[in-house]
Design a protein around this ligand. Structure first.
Ligand SMILES: O=C(O)[C@@H](CO)OP(=O)(O)O
Ligand SMILES: [Mg+2]
Length: 432
């Protein structure tokens, strides 16, 4: 189909920072619109998010250059051309950029165009986006992993670890899983209030209290699950993303690196000690998934970590893989983790994201689809999760619209699919 219109503009994300929105029209009548999200605890090998240097606009965080690259180079290359498939479009964008990490044109602009094209194609074919991404007779509705306590770089509190999530898996539908999760979320609010903690929320919608210790977050969540009338581990389990790359300090002169608890005690731990902490938490608590339990530059630590826990729970690599098929392949070869976090803007096109997911599945790795801490009303990840039967996703929790919009899209998809959709349940998680 012929691309007849390409246009980008600067819009805002959930932190009030600018990001890129792109519009695409096919054959003068089929429209697609998409917005790129933005991370705070980013992996070093992510595709480049182009930000303007001008300190007078948005403290140097503007995206005018990325927008202009869409409205000039990309528009010139695309308008008037025929693209039949997503891969053809994305290959053209990758070639036009010409760098391995999309630093010339910016992955924020490229991704918005790539997703907008997928949506325009879906509109042209009159199918929902998930069906445009993968046409199947049956689809899986994911377990929503809801981030109910925020810490790390996502909140100004005393908690070092970034994300404490609940996974309501013992449900017969996505709608019931969301209801269970939200009931726990509200119970947790009362519990925190009762204990004198603030109930303000962090970037991803979870509460951000000043707790006395990191494990207090887990204890409080378990209490909230029980108080809400559910059984921890049987009905609702826990998932964690401590985002330990943010804690990691590389060693100098050949000394091993250390993890520093930068917000609470300022104490340090070796990889071995941190791995020991995870082993004890996994034996003590109903944890089914642990993301970035080791830092992106600590492959030796990751190796140990996978040997210790890789046959017990799901170990997800986020910063270490950056949704990049080449890096994931290295991880697979070295037996690192058993699952990969999927963030479209870490790699920059729909086609490369799908390639990473296919590589993961071919090697018996899981795919955990994810939002970014800077999000928008764009709900593409909801459709992506369903399209690829990923079985679980994380997209924050229940009180911020940029997170809830994904839940609402999944509720619509579940309704639309009827008996062609099935809730994933506990088996969505590796080793469960
Ligand atoms: O670390 C993560 O997994 C993400 C999303 O939760 O955070 P950010 O978008 O800040 O990288
Ligand atoms: Mg992460």
């Amino acid at each position: 189909m012929e691309i007849t219109h390409v246009h980008a503009r600067e819009v805002l994300d959930s932190r009030g920072n600018p990001t890129v929105e792109a519009d695409i029209t096919l054959s003068g009548q089929h429209h697609g619109r998409a917005i790129s999200p933005s991370g705070a605890s980013t992996g070093e090998k992510e595709a480049t998010e182009l930000r303007d240097a001008d300190p007078k606009r948005y403290q140097g965080k503007g995206v005018q250059k990325a927008v202009s690259n869409v409205n000039n180079q990309m528009r010139r290359r695309l308008v008037g051309q025929l693209f039949d498939t997503q891969a053809q479009l994305d290959e053209a964008l990758i070639a036009l950029d010409g760098t391995p990490n999309k630093s010339a044109l910016g992955a924020n602009g490229i991704l918005a165009v790539s997703i907008a094209f997928a949506k325009a194609q879906a509109a042209a074919r009159q199918v929902p986006l998930y069906r445009q991404l993968a046409d199947r007779s049956h689809y899986t509705l994911p377990v929503p992993c809801m981030n109910v306590i925020n810490g790390g770089r996502h909140a100004d509190n005393t908690v070092d670890f970034q994300e404490f999530m609940i996974a309501p898996h013992n449900a017969d539908s996505f709608a019931n899983a969301i209801r269970m999760g939200e009931e726990v979320f509200h119970t947790l609010k009362s519990l925190l209030k009762g204990k004198g903690y603030v109930t303000a929320v962090g970037d991803e919608g979870g509460f951000a209290p000043d707790l006395k210790a990191n494990d207090e977050a887990v204890e409080l969540i378990l209490e909230a699950i029980s108080q809400a009338g559910y059984r921890p581990g049987t009905d609702i389990s826990l998932c964690l993303d401590p985002a330990t790359s943010e804690l990691y300090e590389a060693g100098t002169n050949g000394a091993p690196g250390l993890y520093r608890f930068f917000k609470s005690t300022k104490k340090t731990m070796t990889s071995q000690e941190l791995n020991g902490l995870w082993e004890s938490w996994v034996s003590q608590y109903p944890i089914v998934l642990l993301e970035d339990g080791m830092g992106e530059n600590d492959w030796a630590g990751w190796h140990q970590h996978t040997a210790a826990l890789g046959s017990k729970i799901e170990l997800v690599g986020d910063d270490i893989f950056c949704t990049n098929p080449l890096i994931l392949q290295q991880g697979i070869d070295q037996h690192i983790a058993n699952s990969v976090l999927i963030k479209l803007n870490q790699i920059g096109t729909v086609t490369e994201t799908l390639r990473t997911m296919e590589l993961a599945y071919a090697n018996n790795y899981g795919c955990f689809v994810s939002h970014r801490s800077g999000e928008t009303e764009d709900t593409t990840i909801a459709d992506l999760t369903v399209a690829l039967n990923a079985g679980h996703l994380k997209t924050g929790s229940g009180c911020r619209s940029e997170r809830v919009s994904k839940f609402n899209q999944l509720l619509r998809i579940e309704e639309e699919l009827g008996s062609a959709g099935k809730f994933a349940g506990l088996k969505a998680f590796k080793n469960q």
